[in-house]
Design a protein around this ligand. Structure first.
Ligand code: GTP
Ligand code: MG
Length: 376
């Protein structure tokens, strides 16, 4: 049986309903009701859209029952017609969007084939910026674990994250002598992070610090580091090649913490050359600095690219510019090295943190704020 859909406007709900009944009969079904403003005076009217089986129209429309004011049916004229078309277009668009959302959800359920609580957790991980493939893997492993260890799924995911996000001692809190070199792509924040670590070591841990740089590539790079050194009262040495670097390292052998800055290069081969250069310093620990600002998949690609360097530690910068802290998981899983520290802003040294293992997991699962506590 075909149906007819019609829209009515009247000054009040009772009159609108009377108009519907009069035109479409007592079995008409109301599809929507809303208040609209019409005319120059922006008069309020009730707009009702109703549907009825087509035969109902065969009956002649009955007049609205007195004393209700005579309802005005869908207003006539070009302007009214245009308004009606706009309204219908909006309704169709809304329905289309709703249907697309439902379809998406249904597809996600079917493709992932996960129970509803797992889908919820999966969606939450995606919302935190975790790569979809990693999020799915974590949720599936948690479901598997839940078969032998009854526990809330998110607690199990937290445990699994703990296995992947390895913490380590904050670089500025090391006992004994340490030599750390920061390597990584251009502009990720190596020099700024190095200055933050140095400041922490000097101010909080009272360590004797020395700064070395092999970045003679970028104009102003040595000046940038020299200024930091001046402010903190620590020596800054510049080395142009392997021999100079070895000699410089020898000159600062009394320092508890030696921090080596390298040139940021856009090609992985050039970064590898920087890594090779600093590896000539005895007992150097290579810290790969990667920016979280570019998002999970870009971070995963960078991690893939630099995995070959076999860094000892990972440093994440620009978390404040990332779409979600879950992105760090991509690099941590791919490189498989402990996270030395994370930076979340330009302030030296405030915007640098060394989260513990549970704090790292918390950061990925629930967000900012938790990583600001420091490891003792
Ligand atoms: N928002 C934000 N900006 C940062 C962070 N770390 C560094 N920056 C900024 O990023 C820019 C580049 O920082 P640098 O420390 O010079 O980066 P770099 O890796 O040494 O750069 P190159 O030596 O040229 O490769 C500067 O404007 C920093 O202030 C961070 O955690 N968050
Ligand atoms: Mg630099």
């Amino acid at each position: 049986m075909s149906h007819v859909v019609q829209t009515f406007r009247a000054p009040d709900p009772a009159s609108a309903l009377a108009a519907v009944k009069a035109a479409l009969g007592p079995d008409a079904v109301l599809l929507s009701t809303r208040t609209v403003q019409t005319g120059l005076l922006r008069r309020r009217e009730v707009e009702v859209t109703a549907a009825a089986a087509a035969p109902a129209l065969a009956e002649p429309p009955r007049p609205a029952a007195p004393p209700a004011p005579r309802p005005r049916l869908a207003p006539a004229g070009d302007e009214a017609l245009a308004a009606e078309v706009r309204h219908l277009r909006r309704s169709v668009e809304e329905a289309r969007r709703a249907l697309a959302a439902v379809t998406r959800e249904a597809r996600a359920h079917r493709d992932l084939d996960l129970p509803p609580p797992a889908v919820e957790l999966y969606a939450r991980l995606l919302g935190r910026g975790v790569e979809p493939v990693l999020a799915e893997e974590l949720v599936r492993q948690a479901l598997e674990l839940a078969r032998s260890r009854p526990a809330p799924l998110d607690a199990l995911v937290r445990d699994l994250l703990g296995e992947r996000l390895l913490p380590c001692r904050a670089p500025w809190l090391h006992e004994g002598r340490h030599v750390i070199a920061l390597v990584g792509p251009t502009g990720v924040g190596k020099t700024t992070t190095l200055a933050k670590i140095a400041a922490r070591a000097v101010l909080e841990a009272r360590r004797k610090v020395a700064l070395l740089t092999v970045d003679t590539y970028r104009i102003g790079a040595t000046d940038q580091l020299a200024r930091y050194g001046e402010i903190m009262g620590v020596p800054v040495l510049v080395a142009r090649d392997r021999n100079e670097l070895r000699r410089a390292a020898e000159r600062v052998r009394e320092a508890d913490l030696v921090l080596i800055d390298t040139a940021g290069r856009s090609s992985a081969d050039d970064v590898a050359r920087q890594a090779e250069l600093v590896r000539s310093v005895p007992r150097v620990q290579l810290h790969l600095v990667v920016s979280a600002a570019s998002g999970a998949s870009a971070l995963a690609a960078v991690a893939e690219q630099y995995r070959g360097l076999m860094p000892d530690r990972l440093v994440f910068s620009k978390l404040d510019e990332s779409s979600g802290p879950g992105a760090i998981l991509s690099a941590a899983v791919r490189v498989g090295r402990p996270v030395a520290c994370i930076a979340d802003g330009q302030r030296v040294p405030e915007d640098l943190h060394a989260p513990t293992g549970p704090e790292l997991c918390e950061l990925v699962l629930t967000g900012y704020g938790t990583h600001t506590r420091e490891r003792e």
